[in-house]
Every structure is written in structure tokens, then in C-alpha cells.
Design a protein around this ligand. Sequence first.
Ligand SMILES: Nc1ncnc2c1ncn2[C@@H]1O[C@H](COP(=O)(O)OP(=O)(O)OP(=O)(O)O)[C@@H](O)[C@H]1O
Length: 264
Amino acid sequence: MTAVPDDVLTVRGLTVHRGGRRILSGVDLTVRRGSVVGVVGPNGAGKSTLLSCLYRHTAYQQGQVTVDGRELRTLPRRELARVIAAVPQDTPIVFDLTVEDIVAAGRIPHTGALGMDRKRDRDVITESLRRVNLEQLRHRSAATLSGGERQRAFLGRALAQAAPVLILDEPTNHLDLANQEQLLGLVRAHTGTTLVAIHDLNLAAEYCDQIVVLDAGTVVADGPVDEVITADLLKRVFRVSAHVIAHPDSGRPHIVPAARGGSR
Ligand SMILES: Nc1ncnc2c1ncn2[C@@H]1O[C@H](COP(=O)(O)OP(=O)(O)OP(=O)(O)O)[C@@H](O)[C@H]1O
């Protein structure tokens, strides 16, 4: 029997130029199968650009990305969609689709647009709607959804895609606290591998196994949550003074910004 390699995704020397500027410089990254990897960094650090290279929306000029040992660039589009499912940031709704249509689109790489009749596809669509808590809205026009409902519809589509690697760019944008936790709980329960760009470092610390920190297009830290989320990193990269304490329930790092008005 062939052993399944531990690393599902590797990035080596990834360099991206856009609009005459270098956006990513020699990014290296190794993602272990089944892990949840948080990609964090200040605004403009290159998080979205990195993720969009991984779902092949952005071309890279140098470097190599491999998924299960295969170079990303060589994968036919349909095969790529069976391996990597992505929820980009603020995906626009182009046509007047229902919520169910959006989620059903996740099955196209498996069936083709005309073959979506199989019981298995219908079951996966229903289960995906249930997981993102949109069963009640399945026949609603997506154009009428709130920002948070829309975000969950696109996550439903990615879950229906049933790809082993899930890429989420700022999935908690537009979500209230309960829905943030519910969504990241879904990510945790996902049996595959997840890469998630996220601004809220406390959520990242709570839900991720590995944190990759980007600053000005380079990786400045990469490792287990408790090694990466430190007061020194917050000062150096995010330019804020904060305490990093152990969360009283989970024991994971938890950031408490330094008091701005002095102590009482
Ligand atoms: N097409 C483009 N042409 C020129 N510059 C671009 C282009 N796309 C992105 N950039 C620049 O690349 C840098 C990285 O952008 P990116 O969206 O990847 O950062 P980010 O870390 O996701 O930012 P944020 O946290 O603000 O969402 C930014 O300075 C952005 O202005």
C-alpha cells in the first residue's frame, strides 16, 4: 500500500508581481494534511494574493505550488476544482441565482452542469445547506441576502465541492459573533485541510493549528499557534502593544490590547 504523504500543499519561492510592483517575494509554505492554517498579517501584506495563487486565480511569475505532489499549473481546471475549493473575499453575485443554485454549483466539477440529477449530488447539496444553516432560505434569490447569509451560501458551495483542500479568504467578514464561531466551528469540523486568511488574531489562535504571518509580501513567522502569537510579534509586525495571555478555557494564546487610558 502506498503511504499518503503528510504534506498536502507545498509552496516554494512564490513570487508575484502586479501593476509593476512585487506583491509576494519568495514565499515558502508547507501545509500538513488535515490541519487548519491561518494566514494573517497587516492590511496589504499579501494574504489574498497568496491564497488566490493557490486557487489559481492569480498567476505567479516564479516559484512552485504542489498539491499532493502535483504542480498546480499542470492540473486541468475541473481536476483543480475537485482538489481545491475556495471562497474568495466578497464574491459578487453575477446572475440572479437562488441560494440552492449557488450551493449546487459546487457539484459541477463532479457531474458537469447538465448531470446534476444524481441522488448523491442532491444529498450533498441538502447537507451543505444544512451545515451553513441556510435550509430555510434555499429558494431565496441570492441577490436579496444579507452579507453574512451570502458568505454562508458561498461556504455552502465550497463544502458541496467536497474538495480535500478548502481556502477561505476572510470568511468571518460580515458575520456576527455567533455566526463567526459557527463558521469557524464548521472549518474545524472539516475533515480536509483548510487555509484561512483572517484578521481577528484571537479567532485565528482559537481555531488554527498553524499560523503563517505575512508582512510586505514575505513570510515573517510560521509555526504552531503558541509559538507564533507573541507580544513581540504583535509589536514587530502589527505595531501594537498587547498582552498575550492563556485563554481561560482553551489555554491558547489570547491577545489583550494594552490599556490606552492607563491603569485604574
Ligand atoms: N492588481 C494589482 N495591481 C497592483 N497592486 C495590487 C494589485 N492587487 C493587489 N495589489 C497590492 O498588493 C498588496 C497586497 O494585496 P492583498 O490584497 O494580497 O493584501 P491583503 O494582505 O489580503 O490585504 P487586506 O488585509 O487589506 O485584505 C496591496 O498593497 C495591494 O494594493
